[in-house]
Ligand binder design. Structure first.
Ligand code: FMN
Length: 252
C-alpha cells in the first residue's frame, strides 16, 4: 500500500487552521505526516473577518479561504519540510490552482521543496463559485482535469481533499482515481453551513453569502460514514479527517 510506504505510523496532523509555529512543533510528537495549509498563487475567497464562528463546543463554522500565497509560505514550508525529513515524517503539501500553467508551476515548486504527497484542495474554489456552479458532476469533472495536469508534471503521489459537499464519495473517487489520483483524503468541511449570531441573528461569517463550512466534533459521524463508504467500495488509500479529537475517534 502506498500510504504504508509513506508513513511511519498512521497518526496524521491535518492543519490549515493551526498557526505555523504550532504545526512545526507537532513534528516533535512524531506523527506519520503533517499537512501544511492550502496555498495558491493568489488569495482565494478572501473577505473581511470573522472567518471562523464557534457553533458548539469543538464545532466551528469557517469561511477561511486561501489567505497565503505559495511564495509567501515558501520559507515556512522549507522549515517544516527540513524538520520533518530529519525525523522521517512525511509532509503533505496542499495547493489550489485551476489555470493550467499555474498548476504546473505550483507542482514544480512543491516537487522541488521535497513534499512527499501533493494534495489538491479544491474546496475554496467552490466557496468562490458557489452561486455559479451547476452541480456536483461538473465540479467532479473540473477536479479530474486538474488532477490530470498535476500527474503530467510529477511522480510525487497525489492526494485529493474531498470537499464536504461531495456526497457520492465512491462515484467522485472513481473519476478522480481514473484521472491518476493516488490518495483519497476524506474530508474537508461540511458545506454549506452558517451561524446566525444574536442579538440580530444575521450571519456572523464575513463571506459575501454569510456561508462557510462546518468542522469539528459535530461532523464526525458524516466523516466516518464517508470513509466507510469509500472503504466499502474497496479503496484502501484513504486519509480520514473530520471531527477527530480523541484517541477513540482515531480508532473509529
Ligand atoms: C480555520 C480552518 C482552516 C482550514 N484550512 C485548511 C486548509 O488550508 N487546507 C485544507 O485542506 N483544509 C483546511 N481546513 C479543513 C481541515 O483540514 C479539515 O479538513 C476540516 O476542518 C475537518 O476536520 P476537523 O473536523 O478535524 O476540523 C481548515 C479548517 C479550519 C477550521
Amino acid at each position: 500500500m502506498l500510504l504504508d510506504k509513506l508513513l511511519v505510523n498512521s497518526r496524521l496532523i491535518i492543519s490549515g487552521g493551526l498557526p505555523e509555529k504550532i504545526l512545526v512543533k507537532t513534528i516533535d510528537y512524531e506523527p506519520g505526516a503533517i499537512t501544511l495549509g492550502t496555498y495558491s498563487s493568489e488569495f482565494i475567497a478572501t473577505h473581511p473577518p470573522p472567518w471562523i464562528a464557534k457553533v458548539f463546543d469543538d464545532c466551528l463554522a469557517n469561511a477561511y479561504g486561501v489567505r497565503k500565497t505559495i511564495m509567501g509560505a515558501a520559507e515556512f514550508m522549507k522549515e517544516a519540510i527540513r524538520k520533518a525529513k530529519d525525523r522521517n515524517i512525511s509532509v503533505i503539501c496542499s495547493f489550489l490552482e485551476k489555470n493550467h500553467d499555474r498548476i504546473k508551476k505550483a507542482v514544480d515548486i512543491y516537487h522541488s521543496l521535497g513534499c512527499d504527497i501533493i494534495e489538491l484542495n479544491p474546496m475554496p474554489l467552490y466557496i468562490t463559485m458557489q452561486t455559479m456552479l451547476p452541480g456536483e458532476k461538473s465540479f467532479i469533472n473540473l477536479v479530474s482535469k486538474i488532477i490530470k495536469t498535476i500527474k503530467e508534471q510529477t511522480t510525487v503521489p497525489v492526494s485529493i481533499k474531498f470537499p464536504g459537499f461531495i456526497n457520492k464519495v465512491a462515484d467522485a473517487w472513481r473519476s478522480w482515481k481514473s484521472s491518476g489520483c493516488d490518495i483519497a483524503h476524506v474530508m474537508n468541511a461540511v458545506i454549506p453551513a452558517t451561524y446566525l449570531a444574536p442579538p440580530n441573528y444575521k450571519p456572523l461569517l464575513g463571506s459575501p453569502s454569510g456561508l462557510g463550512g462546518l468542522t469539528g466534533r459535530c461532523i464526525k459521524p458524516i466523516a466516518i460514514a464517508k470513509v466507510m463508504q469509500l472503504g466499502n467500495s474497496g479503496e484502501t488509500e484513504i486519509i480520514g479527517t473530520g471531527g477527530v479529537i480523541e484517541q477513540e475517534d482515531v480508532r473509529k
